[in-house]
Design a protein around this ligand. Structure first.
Ligand code: GLN
Length: 544
């Protein structure tokens, strides 16, 4: 049976519980255990799919087409284990299921209540789909004390009784702030937050204390005494210079060893070679490239979390540092001088995924700049759509070309799709349907043309599988004129109907993809498209 590790947060939000869970999972994995990580989100949205990136950061899409919390991206990047729909649940989804059951009459006349109905549903979610795993790590979103998270904490309390203390652990992540005026670290917030948790019936086994200054033994002992844990179970978690330094740092502080001690398990020391190599590449770059990302949500780095990480991975693959310049597409709309001033210093230009018309003209202008100036260009999802519109307008003779996402157009080079094939058979949507969960989502195959640039990027592969999240598609009816203008359709859906990849063979590196390769990139396995893009940018930097 799998053992369960619950990860809660106290004092403040943004303590990096997700990274902590991912790092602990990576360390347990490095000791030979099979791990899975899942996230409980207490908010009432059914999933984050309809939430603004400004509210919630990126929406992370899984192979099985779930729109999930961005922490699942950390989990995948740190463990290589593909996340699934069953790894993320929200209060909204749980209530949706319960209310649907209640309407069907499944509760046989019973009064439906938070305890036991909601807590039972949470426990079922925690226990489902765990076969063959040694550890299931469950991160609880939010901060202990939030009204929304109460049912989740109660479910943990019940699960600990049902599964036994020896099969469960609670790791509580807290903050130990440093008060500059007093020159002291303060343990009181941690004490209060543990008191809050224990008042709900959950005694933490380990405390992971985030701090900006080292935690002296005296303070550790004090926290241990007041919070009823062993001093060795009070783990110092100093701010790390890079997220990829976190697993090694926590191992050095004894986190994984203490977790195993709690469970009474023996295991070989972790094989940390992978993390040592990543950190070596990260800390000792042999050069630097600057990439301009022309997007819409540039004010909030979390909105492009996986993209940012995938660019870092592309740098690791080439042993260079990648400096990312986030450029608001709206800034240089219609103004060629502004575009040149912003983009001339760039060694590569990337137009990422996005929604809506705002900024689209600036994105199209940056595609044009990259094409004409032979700057490596990478278009992702909306970025590929913009590359096709730019090609249609400026190289294929359709000056009015646009996307129906931006309003009616006579030349819908990008249009809504209402039917497509998936593994589950024919999928159908109406253009007026709900916005939630109605896109082409998750893993789909693409067939690559034999002698294309992308096929060489993918090491000669002719069939690939990548993750999608979009409602609109490039219209294959425009293939011929676009190809005459130099934009070649080098990847298509297996039925030959949906363009998946476009490229310009007469350009040093110009690739647009309808999918999101950034979601599958890992520090120890950089995505070939990002490795290739950064390599091309490196070439460009040597020419300048
Ligand atoms: N807005 C576009 C669509 O829905 C692109 C989406 C995206 O970039 N993820 O098709």
């Amino acid at each position: 049976m799998a053992r369960f590790i619950f990860i809660t947060g106290g004092v403040v939000s943004s303590l990096g519980k997700g990274l902590m869970a991912a790092s602990l999972a990576a360390l347990l994995q490095a000791r030979g255990f099979k791990v899975r990580i899942r996230k409980f989100d207490p908010y009432l949205n059914v999933d984050p799919g309809t939430m603004s990136p400004y509210q919630h950061g990126e929406v992370y899409v899984t192979d099985d087409g779930a729109e999930t919390d961005l922490d699942l991206g950390h989990y995948e990047r740190f463990t290589g284990v593909s996340a699934r729909q069953s790894d993320n649940v929200t209060s909204g989804r749980i209530y949706q299921q319960i209310i649907a059951r209640e309407r069907r009459g499944d509760y046989l006349g019973a009064t439906v209540q938070v305890i036991p109905h909601v807590t039972d549903a949470i426990k079922q979610f925690a226990l489902a789909d765990t076969e063959g795993h040694d550890f299931i790590l469950c991160e609880i979103g939010g901060t202990v004390g939030d009204i929304e998270s109460l049912p989740f904490i109660e479910a943990i309390r019940q699960l600990r009784n049902e599964l036994g203390r020896e099969n469960t652990a609670v790791v509580h992540v807290t903050l130990v702030p440093y008060i500059t005026a007093a020159g002291e670290l303060k343990t009181k917030p941690t004490q209060h937050s543990v008191r809050e948790l224990t008042s709900l019936g959950v005694q933490p086994d380990l405390l992971l204390c985030r701090c900006e200054h080292p935690l002296p033994a005296t303070e550790r002992a004090k926290i241990a005494l007041f919070c009823n844990v062993r001093p060795e179970a009070v783990i110092q978690a100093l701010d790390a210079p890079s997220i990829y330094a976190v697993p090694l740092q926590y191992h050095g502080e004894g986190l994984d060893g203490e977790v195993l001690r709690h469970f009474g398990l023996e295991a070989p020391a972790p094989d940390i070679a992978r993390w040592v190599d990543i950190l070596d590449r990260y800390n000792n770059p042999e050069g630097q490239v600057t990439i301009g990302v022309v997007g819409k949500y540039v004010g909030l780095p979390d909105a492009y979390k996986s993209l940012n990480e995938a660019l870092v991975h592309g740098g690791l693959a080439n042993r260079v540092k990648v400096a990312v310049r986030w450029i608001d597409a709206e800034v240089f709309e219609q103004d060629d001088a502004a575009i040149a001033a912003e983009l001339e210093p760039m060694h590569g230009i990337l137009v990422p995924g996005g929604f809506g018309e705002r900024g689209s003209e600036g994105k199209i202008a940056s595609v044009r700049f990259a094409r004409e100036r032979e700057v490596p260009f990478f278009g992702i999802c909306l970025g590929m759509q913009m590359a096709c519109i730019e090609g249609a307008r400026n190289t294929a003779g359709f000056p009015e070309a646009s996307s129906t996402e931006f309003g009616p157009t006579d030349n819908p080079v990008v249009g809504i799709i209402t039917e497509w094939m998936s593994k589950e058979g024919l999928q159908q949507r109406s253009a007026e349907g709900d916005l939630g969960g109605t896109m082409r989502l998750g893993a789909y195959e693409a067939v690559l043309s034999g002698n294309s640039h992308v096929s060489s990027i993918y090491d000669g592969a002719t069939r690939i599988v990548e993750r999608h999240r979009h409602r609109y598609e490039v219209n294959a009816c425009y293939r011929e004129p676009l190809e005459r203008g130099g934009l070649v359709f080098s990847g298509m859906s297996p039925d030959g109907l949906l363009p998946e990849i476009v490229e310009r063979p007469d350009h040093p590196w110009f690739v647009g993809v309808q999918f999101h390769p950034e979601l599958k990139s890992k520090p120890f396995d950089p995505h070939p498209l990002f490795a290739g893009f950064i390599a091309a940018a490196l070439n460009k930097s040597r020419l300048v």
